[in-house]
Design a protein around this ligand. Structure first.
Ligand SMILES: [Zn+2]
Length: 387
């Protein structure tokens, strides 16, 4: 069977499956729904790959754009590819880098511009020019050996003018078509030797339902293996755009996975999983850990409330003096390395000392909390949970 024919069969298989509860990927099967931490530059800050596996993390998200800058494609190749470099044998999703480039350029226009061909980026506002086209992004991601490859898209902000959002949808559809063509060419060219990752398209359109619909319809016709919700998932007040998120889920065929790109607040993940979203990624849980905001979920995650209430989630701010000398773990029912071996008082001390061990233990706890939530949403029994 040719590589393209094989693709069609995977797509049809997905279309016929009404309840996807896992994704078969080159580096293993990913149970859904799942939360993936951001390993932007090829690693999750402060923890190694064995730590991630111990936390029950099924896959990570790396960033094609950032990796191209640091450590660079040549170095990654010399180090044996992303999986070998981080000693990670589970799936890797690579993000195209569209969102990151957009965010940087939006904040500082001297860093580059976005035109119909792709993204032109000037590192640190220098004369040096890096051009990221849809084709180049696909070549980088396939070359890195990713399990899921994501098309370059043109991102917008929820508060952007209608004309900006409309233009981004036109561009995103065009870039998706170019990405699809380049991906098929690479897989065909690679022949039998080429491992085929899944290819996801990203649905843009801001808060405009018509634009979301148009984008989704065009992308669905291109037969992607899955889709991402593109753009900021929050409104100007920081509230989750539940209506638009739910609408986009309706636009994507039921059997195909939907990725809530950049969604990672525990309450948002639970809300979106209830809407039918399957994959989430965000730097929030690991950043919160480094900054001393530790998650506490002392309920059986199989029975998280469906009414949108958030009282199942609370936070331990570890730098607060109340934790000095406390022998309690962060979470009474958490089974992570940190909670089973160390106290709040010790973490408080490590943080005051600014020791690297604090970063590792705190990150492991927040990631394990995220994976416990996901296990609960999948209906799996979570060790240590209060039944
Ligand atoms: Zn813990």
């Amino acid at each position: 069977m040719s590589a393209v024919a094989q693709h069609v069969s995977i797509y049809q298989q997905a279309m016929s499956d009404k309840n996807p509860n896992s994704l078969k990927l080159p580096h293993g099967t990913l149970a859904l729904p799942t939360f993936l931490p951001d390993a932007t530059y090829g690693y999750v800050r402060s923890v190694d790959s064995a730590d991630l596996a111990a936390c029950g993390i099924g896959a990570v998200v790396m960033n094609a754009f950032h990796l191209m800058m640091k450590p660079g494609s040549t170095a990654i190749k010399k180090l044996g590819g992303l999986h070998t470099m981080y000693n990670w044998d589970r799936p890797i999703v690579t993000d195209s880098g569209g969102f990151q480039a957009y965010s940087m350029i939006r904040q500082n226009k001297s860093l580059g511009k976005i035109n119909k061909d792709g993204i032109v980026y000037h590192p640190q506002g220098s004369e040096r020019k890096v051009i990221l086209t849809p084709e180049k992004s696909i070549r980088l991601q396939v070359g890195y050996g990713a399990d899921i490859v994501v098309c370059l898209d043109d991102c917008t902000h929820a508060g952007d003018d209608a004309s900006v959002t409309r233009e981004s949808v036109v561009r995103t559809i065009d870039w998706a078509r170019r990405s699809r063509t380049e991906f098929d060419r690479l897989i065909e060219e690679g022949g039998e030797e080429q491992t085929r990752p899944l290819l996801f398209g990203v649905i843009q359109g801001g808060t405009d339902r018509e634009l979301r619909k148009r984008c989704a319809e065009e992308l669905v016709k291109m037969e992607f293996d899955g889709f991402g919700f593109g753009g900021y998932p929050l409104d100007e007040q920081g509230r989750l755009l539940t209506d638009v998120l739910g609408y986009v889920r309706e636009l994507v065929p039921a059997g195909l996975p939907l990725f809530g790109l950049g969604i990672g607040h525990p309450a948002s993940v639970v809300a979106c999983a209830r809407l039918g979203y399957d994959i989430f990624d965000c730097s929030l849980p690991t950043r919160d850990a480094r900054q001393g905001r530790l998650y506490r979920v002392d309920v059986d995650c199989r029975h998280l409330p469906r009414d949108g209430s958030k009282d199942w989630l609370s936070f331990v701010y570890i730098e607060d003096e109340e934790h000095a000398g406390s022998p309690r773990p962060i979470g009474d029912s958490c089974d992570c390395l940190t909670c089973t071996k160390y106290s709040r008082g010790f973490l408080h001390h490590l943080q005051k000392q600014e020791d690297g061990l604090y970063l590792r233990l705190a990150t492991m706890h927040n990631l394990r909390t995220m994976s416990r939530i996901m296990e609960g949403l999948r209906g799996e029994a979570v060790p240590g949970a209060n039944a």
